[in-house]
Design a protein around this ligand. Sequence first.
Ligand code: PLP
Length: 381
Amino acid sequence: MKKHYLLAPGPTPVSPETLLAMATPIIHHRSPQFAEVVAECRVGLKYLFQTKQEVLILASTGTGAMEGAITNTLSPGDTALVVRGGKFGERWGEICAAYGVNFEAIDVEWGRAVQVADVAAKLKANPAIKAVCIQAHETSTGVNHPVKELAELTKSLPGTLLLVDAISALGAFELPMDAWGIDIMVAGSQKAMMLPPGLAFACLSEKAWEFTKTATCNKYYFNFSKELKNIQKNTGAYTSAVSLVMGLRDVLRYFKEATLEKIFAEHQLMSKATKAAVKALGLELFSQEGASDALTAVRAPAGVDGQDVVKLLRDKYGIMIAGGQAEAKGKIFRIAHMGYIGNFDIVMIIAALEVVLNELGYKAPYGAGVKAAEEVLFGGA
Ligand SMILES: *Cc1c(COP(=O)(O)O)cnc(C)c1O
C-alpha cells in the first residue's frame, strides 16, 4: 500500500486521536449529551480566538463564514474596502458583488503585503467605507497582511469594521481578536485547526454585533443573530455537524493543553526551517514580505514548471503540496506546515523536493536542504 502525505494548505492531516473521536456513534443534536459537547467547545473556541465573545459554529466551509460576515453586517449600496493581494482577497470582492455591496479595491502585487498607509489613505478619502476586508494569511501567496496595524486604524472609526479571513491563520500564529480589536474573524476547520473540511467559525466584536441590527443584505442560512441565540443554548440553528463537533472538542482540548504559545512557536520553527532549506537549495521565496509561518510559497527555478513539481510529488511519491493559483500558476509551489505537522514532516518534504527537483533537471545537491532544515529544527550537529 502506498503511503500518502498531505502538506497542502487545506485540507491538512487529522490526528488518529481526532479521527477516533469522530468515529463515536452519532448523538442527537438536541440532546443533553450534545449540549455538553457544545458547551465545552464554546469555552475552547474562546481560548483559540482569544476573545470573550461567542464563536459561532457553522456547518459549511470557510467561505460560508466569509459570506455571512458580509451579509450580516452590510447592506446593498454600502461600500467596503477589499484588499486584493491574492485569490482569497478577490473572494471578498466577489461576495460583496453578489450581494450588491459596492467595494473599492486595493490591488496588491501578489507576494506582497498591503501597506497600512494605503488603507489609511482610502479610509480618509472615503469616510463612508463600512468594512475593511482582509486575509490574515493570504494562502495563495504565503503572505501575512498587517492585521494588528489595520485594527489600529479601524478601532478609532465607529462606522468601520475590520473583517479578517483567518481561515488559514487561526491556530498557526498569533491573532488575538480582542486585544487587537478585530471586528469579525472567520475560520475553517480544515487548515491549522486540524479537522476535516466542513466546519466554519465566525466571531463578532460588540461593534460588529451592532452592525447586524441594521444590515439588510439577503440571507437565510447564515443568520448570525439566530446562530448566536442557539449557541448560547448549546445548540445550533439547524442540524449540527455532530461528528465534526466531536472532533472539534478533541482538538480544542489539545490547543488548551499544549497552549497557543507553544503551538505558535512550533509553527514558527517549522516555517523557519522550510524557508532556510529552500534557500539552501538556491530557490527564492515568493513572498517578498510578511512571509507566513503557516506556509512557504517558493518560486519555481528557471526552466522548471511549478506544476510539474507538484504533479511529480503527488503522482510518483504520494506527497500532496499545492501549486500556484491563477496568475501564479506554474510559477510557484506551496508547502503548508500548519496543523498536525511535525518537524520530521519538514525533513521529509525537503528531502522529497531535492529528489524531484533533480528529476526535473534542476541540480540541487542531495542533503543541502535537509541539512539547513535540520540545523534550524534541531540545532547544529
Ligand atoms: C482555504 C481558504 C479559504 C476558503 O476556504 P473554504 O473552506 O475552501 O471555503 C478562504 N480564505 C483563505 C485565506 C483560505 O486559506
